[in-house]
Design a protein around this ligand. Structure first.
Ligand code: 5RP
Length: 225
């Protein structure tokens, strides 16, 4: 654990939580940066803030419930006022998400929000996206998807889990394939290709979804967009 980057993650998360108002329905993100937001939200709830959280994953649900946040589901609420979620990489309005394998549900919750605030530390902000793009894939389509990623000029790696010594499965029992597309010149074009691959439930390219990107830096929190 790098204490400096942990402080930057926490600072970005706490700045996002400051935007939460009483009575809001809040989308609850997944990952270690979002976890800082959940902790801060839990503390605010303990101090009297009334919110309902809509989690982006079972992990986020567990964490939020443990923090004392009232939980609901997307199909039980009229809408989401504000979602707070992390990202693996960010560049000019586009995020790569899915490092925690939760991107399918994250997209649904984040897209449903009136405002989606992405939170990262400064290491995640790049001039050009180049992180592997997580794909949630039906197990039966594994070879088909790997071949299709190869055809697109990328390299597909099935994500493995240290704990099971085998593939990592999502909460829906799907595989995760990380598609390394090298330097991503045109994220929209790549997203369009990935959108059409049979067997891919969703990919981690979030284009134009985040209304704001809050970045934790050594000098405080900066708003990138
Ligand atoms: C999970 C995600 C996470 O938000 C992303 O991986 C960032 O995680 P962390 O804050 O731990 O770096 O997309 O699917």
């Amino acid at each position: 654990m790098d204490p400096d980057h942990e402080s930057m993650k926490r600072a970005a998360a706490e700045a996002a939580v400051e935007m939460v108002e009483d009575g809001m329905i809040v989308g609850i993100g997944t990952g270690s940066t979002a976890a800082y937001a959940i902790t801060a939200l839990g503390e605010a709830v303990e101090a009297g803030l009334e919110i309902t959280g809509v989690p982006t994953s079972d992990a986020a649900r567990y964490r939020a419930k443990t923090a004392g946040i009232t939980i609901s589901d997307l199909d039980m609420v009229d809408g989401i006022d504000l979602a707070i979620d992390g990202a693996d990489q960010a560049c000019e309005g586009t995020l790569i998400k899915g490092g925690g394998g939760a991107h399918t549900r994250e997209r649904i919750v984040d897209a449903a929000a009136d405002q989606f605030i992405a939170i990262v530390d400064e290491r995640k902000v790049v001039d050009q996206l180049d992180a592997p793009i997580p794909l949630e894939v039906l197990p039966a389509a594994r070879h088909l998807v790997q071949a299709a990623v190869d055809d697109l000029g990328g390299t597909a790696t099935v994500r493995t889990s240290g704990s099971t010594d085998g593939p990592a499965y999502t909460e829906r029992g799907m595989l995760l394939i990380d598609a390394d597309m090298g330097m991503i010149e045109d994220a929209s074009a790549v997203a369009k290709e990935l959108d059409t691959l049979p067997g891919v439930i969703d990919h981690g390219l979030f284009i134009g979804l985040a209304d704001s990107l809050l970045v934790g830096t050594p000098d405080g929190v900066e708003r990138e967009w």
